[in-house]
Design a protein around this ligand. Sequence first.
Ligand code: B12
Ligand code: SF4
Ligand code: SF4
Length: 343
Amino acid sequence: MTPLPAAALRQLAQEARFDLCGFARAEPIPAEHLGRWLEAGYAADMDWMGARAAERLDVARLLPGARTVVSFACNYLVDDAAAAGSPIARYARGRDYHATLRDRIRAFRRGLRARYPGVETYAGVDATPLMEKVWAVRAGLGHVGKNGCLITREYGSWVVLATMVLDAEVDAYADGMAADRCGPCRLCLTHCPTEAILPGRMVDARACLSYQTIENESEVPEPLRAALGGTVFGCDICQQVCPLNRAPMPTPDARFLPRPVAGLTARELAGMDRATYDALVPGTALARAGYDGLRRNAAYTLGAARDAGARKVLARLLGEHEPERVRAAARWALEQLDGVAHG
Ligand code: B12
Ligand code: SF4
Ligand code: SF4
C-alpha cells in the first residue's frame, strides 16, 4: 500500500477537533522505563499497568502489522474564572474527557475509512495498554517534563491525549523528538507536597495525590492526608508551578467548560446527597471516584484544611449507615479540628 499522506490525516484530525496530531513509526518501546517503574512498586495497586506490559511496549501485539502510531492532543484549559478555587483538578471539571476524545477518535476513524478503505486501526484514550506520553514524544508533540507530564509548546501540559495505531505507513513522520525544555528548573519537584516526583521523570503513584484521590479505594495513608487541603479530586500543583505553563491558551471548546459540580466547595461535596450526586457527577471524570470516594476525599480535604465550619457536615458522615471509608475519613478530619476555634 502506498503511504498515506500525513497532511490529509492532519486535516482529518483537525476536522475531528483534535488540537495537535503527530506521527511516529510503530517501533517497540524499550522495556526499561516501564520495567523500572513497575519493579519499584510505583504503580501502587494499579495491577492493570503491569498485566498488559508486553502490549504497552509493542503495539504490534495490539494491531498485527502495525506501522504507524498517531498521537492526538486536546487542550483542556478553559478560562479559570468559572471555577476559580475549585477543589477539582482542571482536566476533570468539564465533560468526561474520555468520552470527548473517544467521540473524536470515532470521527477521525470514519474519515480515514471513507478515504482509505482497508486501513486497520487500534485506538484508545487512557485506559488502553498504550504508553500515550511516549507516543506523543515520538510523534513530536512535546517532551515529558520532570513532573512526568507531556508538555507541548502550544498548550503547555494542559492537554489530554488519545492514541491510534495504523497498519499503514504515512509519508512523513516526526523528524526527531521535541527538545527537553526543562533545563535546570526543579519547581515541580520542590512544590510537590508529597515528594511523589522522582528523578528520571518518574512519579511514584503511591505518594501522588492524584492516585490517592482517584484510584485508591481504601484509606489514604495517614502521612499523606495533611497534603489534601486544596484538592478533592486529582492534583494540579506540579503543572501550576511549571514555567512552561505560564502563557495559558484557553480553549473555546465547550466540552471542557466546567460543569456545575466544579462549582461546589469541599464542604458541599462532603455533604452532597445521592440525588445531587446523580444530577451532577455522571458524565464527568469524577464518576471514577464514585459517591463514597468523593465524599471520603472531601472529608480528608476539610480535615487537612482545618475547616472549623465543617464540623456539622463531618459529624453527619459518621452515621452508622455510612461506609467505613467515609466514616474513617470523617473521624480523622474531626480529630484535626480538635482545638480549632468554632467557625
Ligand atoms: C498510570 C497513570 C497515572 C498514574 C501515574 C502517573 C505517571 N506519571 O506515571 C497517576 C494516577 C499518578 C496519574 C496521575 C495523573 N495523570 Co495519568 N495516566 C496514567 C496512564 C494510565 C499511564 C502512564 C504510564 O504509562 N506510566 C508509567 C510510566 C513508567 O510511563 P510514563 O508515565 O510514560 O513515563 C516514562 C516515559 O514517559 C519515559 N520517557 C520520557 N520521555 C521519553 C521519550 C521516549 C522516546 C521514551 C521511549 C520514553 C520516555 O520517562 C518516564 C519515566 O520512565 C496514562 C494514560 C496512558 N495509557 O498512557 C495517564 C496520563 C499520563 N495521565 C494524565 C493526566 C492528565 C494525569 C494528571 C495530570 C491528572 C491530575 N490532574 O490529577 C496526573 C499527573 C500526575 C503526574 N505528575 O504525572 C494524562 C497526561 C496528560 C499530559 N499532559 O501528560 C494521560 C496521558 C491520560 C490521557 N489520555 O490524557 N496518572
Ligand atoms: S500531581 Fe500533585 S502529588 Fe502528584 S506528583 Fe504532581 S504535585 Fe505531586
Ligand atoms: S516545573 Fe520546571 S522542571 Fe518541572 S516540568 Fe516544568 S519546567 Fe520542567
